[in-house]
Design a protein around this ligand. Sequence first.
Ligand SMILES: [Zn+2]
Length: 481
Amino acid sequence: MNLLQNISVTLMLLFSYLSSLNSTIFNNEVNQCTIPPELQKEIASYKTVVNRIIHSLLVGDLQNTTYRRLAEFIDKFGNRIAGSENLENAIDYMLNKSVELGLENVHSEEVYVPHWVRGNESAVLIQPRYQNLNMLGLGSSVGTPVDGITAEAVVVDSFEELENIAAHVYGKIVIFNERYISYGETVKYRQFAASKAAEQGAVATLVRSITPFSLNTPHTGWQDYSDNVTKIPTACITAEDSHMLRRMQDRGERIIIKLKMEAQTFSPKLSRNTIAEIKGGEKPEKVVVVSGHLDSWDVGEGAMDDGGGAFLSWNSLVILKYLGLRPKRTLRAILWTAEEEGLVGAQAYVKAHKNETQNFNFVMESDEGTFTPLGLKYTGIPDGKCVLEAILSLLKDINTTTVEEPADGGPDITFWLSEGIPGASLLNRAESYFWYHHSAADTMDVEDPEALNLATALWASVAYVVADITADMPRKPGQFL
Ligand SMILES: [Zn+2]
């Protein structure tokens, strides 16, 4: 940003400060919110501090700090799968950095996590012609025998089609060429392909990667074996190859594939959730959580999933501390471990902190990309939405005022949300999120310094105001205590 832009941002913030009080009340009238006028007024009074946060991140001395700190971390460690030495080194690094940058109560909490190692792997099309297929074994998959599995393959587009041709599956490799609808809808093919095919006697499965867009990139992810079925090797292939194999089969061509995987599961390893705080000035026992996961898949760099989200949460505390902003309630950053293996770190944390849960005022998580921010995805009662809308109206200069209510929140905060604790995740322009997700393409190049400045301004402002206003986030209608 140059000097002229700097001046124009300053003027913009000054102008909006002068017109801020009316806009909050107006917005909430439109949305028929019923929060008390004193609370409305109190929230509007945070305009100055929110402007200060925005200004320091967009044009001031905190500009690009989220990007720069993330890039240092990513360039140093690369990807960080659960069970690896590298993840533990990355956790140590974050603990040290947290202390160095003045965060409080910095510590880690131990948890056993799955330890799956990919090893070398390959899939080769032998017939009707020779071609290496880009592939990635799926997390928790067993390996093949040392010489691999060479077998005829059969392509299906759905679990229903698999049922229809069940009599022809025995001894074969089943290729799932499912159509991508949405991640939530389509991911069942990655999760359950192996078990469904094994029930029909298949020897291995290859699943079209769960992505709407492909540059011949395979996308890995966790999968689950059902009880009482043979564990067969399972991997993902690219959308392009999956489509090609379907065309070959439709022409009546015989498909033979050789699959080799060294994948192994070792006994669980000790890992840690990473915690750092700004202790509350007046009600330290009450907690607002910001979070993201530090672990990643073992391909690419895990810069987007979830380096960006983890650093958004962590750096929000770092910058608030730097600005000398200590809220009434405690702000707690939690960097989860082993999210990718089934929210392992989060489950352990929730269990260990059961007694403290009633003091959790608001829980935030960023794990769906840190592209240009738009607002928040909120889970909780309508009164809480009104409070958030009033807070986000303080951020209209950076266009992050939208509050959406998703069908399900999470992933790592989902246990708390389902217990009725209000929470939110980052709403951002994540149309391309699944292009990179769990693939070699998830690198630092996906992250954008300006988007991270804006997201940090939003995230830090919301966390600070929620942690500092007089009223708790309401859990019962009309309850603004
Ligand atoms: Zn993630």
